[in-house]
Ligand binder design. Structure first.
Ligand SMILES: Nc1ncnc2c1ncn2[C@@H]1O[C@H](COP(=O)(O)OP(=O)(O)OP(=O)(O)O)[C@@H](O)[C@H]1O
Ligand SMILES: [Mg+2]
Length: 258
């Protein structure tokens, strides 16, 4: 049995008066890829953003319930949110690099942690860029603007930047949502390799991708977990009609029956 890395207990989230996540109970195992699927607007991004407390940046957001990472409840008073986000990195659907050089983007997580040793910075960013299969494309362009890169390269650079701080968990919100098939394949390989060192929680709209990559799948609709199980069970013998409708494409991404 793999260790449980993220344990979500009776978690609810509201944005103002709107109840977005409803009584979520979930266990995410270490060194596995957990896919989160469901119609648009069902709360997938909100769930990921809850795991590193990014939702707190949204005005009017409040929650109830618990999220444990290892033994630590992340909302406990005294939790260092900065360290939490270092431990739990996030990659977004669209690359979100700063309008600065490739080097500065990669070095940012280290610099804000107070790392000054140039050799150490160089060593860590090289390792992360190699892992993210972007090294060969950027090694001679470190001082160029990061926004000169193609979107697929930018997304791999975002992944490299997320890996620089050696997170234990990586949250990926439709990481290939805006990419062509070649870039998608590269990122899928990367995600697959990540589980050796990390726990991956990934939102995807692509059922083939969820089936190909993930070990465990969570299906959410209208803010509730409808079904969760090993990916092979969810895709071959779903227990709930809604899950079956969604994965077979009878219910579209907007939750409408075709
Ligand atoms: N900053 C915000 N303020 C208010 N409501 C929000 C905010 N962000 C999201 N919502 C609402 O919360 C609900 C869940 O949104 P969320 O982005 O989590 O859905 P999602 O499942 O990721 O959808 P998609 O597949 O389209 O990305 C939606 O009704 C959305 O309109
Ligand atoms: Mg989303």
């Amino acid at each position: 049995m793999k260790e449980i890395k993220i344990q979500i207990n009776d978690f609810n989230l509201w944005y103002g008066g709107r109840h977005i996540l409803k009584d979520i109970n979930l266990q995410v195992k270490a060194n596995r890829i957990t896919a989160v699927i469901g119609p648009s607007g069902c709360g997938k991004t909100s769930l990921l953003r809850s795991v590193n407390r990014l939702n707190e940046l949204i005005r009017g957001a409040r929650h109830s319930g618990e999220i444990l990472i290892g033994a630590d409840e992340i909302h406990e008073p005294g939790t260092d949110v900065y360290l939490l986000r270092k431990k739990v990195a996030m990659v977004f659907q669209k690359p979100n690099l700063f309008p600065d050089t490739i080097f500065e983007n990669l070095a940012f997580p280290l610099k804000i942690s107070g790392v000054k040793d140039k050799e150490l910075i160089s060593e860590k960013i090289t390792a992360a860029a190699v892992k993210s299969e972007i090294w060969n494309e950027v090694k001679d362009r470190m001082n160029e603007p990061a926004l000169n890169l193609s979107v697929g390269q930018q997304q791999r650079l975002c992944i490299a930047r997320a890996l620089v701080s050696e997170p234990e968990i990586i949250l990926m919100d439709e990481p290939t949502g805006s990419l062509d098939p070649v870039s998608t394949a590269k990122i899928e390989n990367l995600i697959y390799d990540m589980k050796k060192d990390m726990t991956v929680m990934m939102v995807t709209h692509n059922m083939n991708q969820a089936g190909r990559l993930s070990d465990y799948t969570v299906f959410i609709a209208q803010g509730s977990v409808i079904e969760q199980n090993s990916t092979s069970r969810i895709f071959t013998t779903p227990q709930n009609k809604k899950t079956e409708g969604f994965i077979s494409g009878k219910i579209n991404l907007f939750g409408e029956e075709k």
